[in-house]
Write a protein that binds this ligand. Structure first.
Ligand code: ZN
Length: 156
């Protein structure tokens, strides 16, 4: 008997994520496989949906559009700020990535898009926003979550 992937199960898998040009964006191959709690919003919605009903040993390839991935690019998250907002940073250059705190206290990645004089253009969109995501998945294991994992909404 194999457990079919569904809510309150812990799924362990290897994954490879590529963009539409075949460039590898992320992969679990050189690290540990990823474990997540199904139905708890631990992974992007499109991937969670694609895994429903699969079992350990299954492999799948799935293409996920931005709406079911990291969302569309939101223009309002691209802003110009003054150079002095980067306290203690000697050089601010295009491509640099900073961590910033949002008003609700969570961490957010900010990418520097450009520098013009005293003006720095920053982008707070998720780096994978607006992109179609191609996943290669190998499901390694499926088990029941513990009551504590279900309460916490993540894998222990
Ligand atoms: Zn916990």
């Amino acid at each position: 008997m194999s457990l079919l992937i569904g809510d309150n199960l812990v799924v362990t898998m290897h994954y490879k994520l590529t963009d539409d040009e075949g460039k590898i964006l992320d992969s679990s191959e050189e690290s540990k496989p990823l474990s997540y709690l199904h139905g708890a919003g631990n992974i992007i919605p499109g991937l969670e949906k694609a895994l429903i009903g699969k079992v350990a040993g299954d492999s799948l390839q799935v293409k996920i559009e931005p709406a079911e991935g990291y969302g569309e690019i939101r223009p309002e998250l691209i802003q110009k700020v003054k150079r002095e907002a980067f306290k203690g940073v000697d050089t601010v250059e295009e491509g640099m990535v900073f961590e910033a705190k949002t008003p609700d206290g969570s961490q957010q990645q900010i990418i520097v898009k450009g520098v013009e004089g005293d003006q720095v253009t920053i982008d707070a969109n998720h780096p994978l926003a607006g992109m179609a995501l191609n996943f290669d998945i190998d499901i390694i294991g499926v088990r029941e979550a513990t009551a504590e994992e279900v309460t916490h909404g993540h894998v222990h």
